[in-house]
Write a protein that binds this ligand. Structure first.
Ligand SMILES: NC(=O)c1ccc[n+]([C@@H]2O[C@H](COP(=O)([O-])OP(=O)(O)OC[C@H]3O[C@@H](n4cnc5c(N)ncnc54)[C@H](OP(=O)(O)O)[C@@H]3O)[C@@H](O)[C@H]2O)c1
Length: 333
């Protein structure tokens, strides 16, 4: 079979971007050691940006997005894998400038893939996907630097989004008192259901005073939004507070002063899931499949077909995402 079905984003002569489901040819995929038949992918914020032609994510069009993929190796010229292996790919250049998981086939360097951890099903691996790996990396960084549930409250922003939901679930499972920041009043039941102990609105964590420090409330933070919410949280950390940051849905800007750092000794950790080392990635996937694995992962996800992507992309761009969206590539998956 040399043809496969894929979601394709095309730039037309007016510089508008169009999304279609098309037939593509396997021969048009880039060279690589592994040809993988994709069974599931998932929708992340970055995929939505790529799908509307954001050149910071994908420079060249036509393009098939999809930064996550689970599938079966069909052809392999690398020692570590063989045909039939179940593999998981998140990040690197997949779905950015390399044809991604929103197509039934991908061809990639072997070092981008890991074998599916034993305790995860294919769908669970994509419910987690880049969002789960990122939440896991953020939390691992906090723990490596001494974070413990008894140190105090941990605040999670963008709490109903992909990374946020999984961060809340993992932290709650580990016994942390999680304060969820959410703009969705209708999602409070959902957030309590996944383990949040308190829910606050975005306004409650958006300080517009010029005060260099606010009352120290939080021992740790997983931030997915950036902007003034992050600025406010930095001012609201307890002494020796730990902050992992990964996202920019509110803003990529960060206006702060040195005071939270030099008067309260707080630490700020930047997290990048797409290029982080294979060793760290494997460690966190192992934890995600064992002691950190959230219970009832399926309760935070829905499964869609390629044809349903456009409406889901609109939703994520409008900040309306709740939980995770898994994309099923073929009917027999
Ligand atoms: N560094 C990395 O390796 C890495 C990996 C994955 C994702 N990311 C980044 O992390 C961020 C979250 O990704 P995601 O996939 O979880 O996205 P997502 O599913 O769309 O979730 C984002 C959540 O942020 C909140 N939000 C939306 N607009 C907002 C605004 N204007 N101000 C404040 N909060 C807002 C919403 O939650 P509430 O309604 O509950 O507030 C929304 O559900 C993105 O910026 C993404 O690019 C980075």
């Amino acid at each position: 079979m040399s043809k496969f079905k894929a979601f394709l984003v095309t730039e037309n002569e007016n510089k508008d971007f169009q999304q279609d489901i098309v037939e593509r040819n396997i021969d048009d995929l880039p060279i690589g050691e592994l040809l993988v038949r994709v069974k599931y992918s998932s929708l992340n914020y970055k995929d939505a940006l790529s799908s509307i032609g954001n050149k910071g994510v994908s420079r060249n069009f036509p393009h098939t997005p999809g930064i996550d993929a689970f599938g079966i190796v069909e052809i392999c010229s690398a020692e570590d894998f063989k045909p039939g292996d179940q593999v998981l790919i998140t990040g690197f250049d997949l779905g950015m400038n390399t044809s991604g998981g929103f197509g039934e086939y991908i061809r990639i360097p072997a070092k981008w893939a890991i074998k599916l951890p034993q305790n995860l099903t294919p769908t669970e691996s994509m419910i987690l996907g880049t969002a789960g790996l990122t939440a896991g990396l953020c939390i691992d960084k906090l723990i490596e630097n001494g974070s413990k549930p008894e140190n105090g409250k941990v605040i999670v922003t963008g709490a109903t989004g992909g990374v946020g939901t999984l961060a809340v679930m993992i932290l709650a499972k580990l016994g942390y008192h999680v304060v969820a920041v959410s703009g969705k009043k209708h999602a409070h039941e959902f957030l309590y259901g996944i383990g949040a102990k308190e829910i606050i609105s975005r306004d409650e964590v958006s300080d517009n005073s010029s005060k260099p420090l606010l009352k120290g409330i939080y021992a740790a933070c997983v931030d997915t939004v950036g902007g003034n919410i992050l600025t406010t949280i930095l001012k609201s950390m307890q002494y020796n507070g730990l902050v992992s940051i990964c996202g920019l849905v509110q803003s990529p800007e960060l206006h702060t002063s040195v005071f939270p750092f030099i008067l309260r000794g707080i630490s700020l950790f930047g997290i990048d899931s797409s290029e982080c080392s294979l060793e760290w990635r494997k460690k966190v996937w192992q934890k995600l499949s064992e002691e950190w694995k959230p219970d009832h992962l399926e309760s935070i996800s829905k499964i869609i077909a390629l044809e349903e992507l456009p409406q889901e992309i609109n939703k994520i761009l409008k900040g309306e995402q709740i939980g995770r969206t898994v994309v099923k590539l073929s009917s027999e998956a």
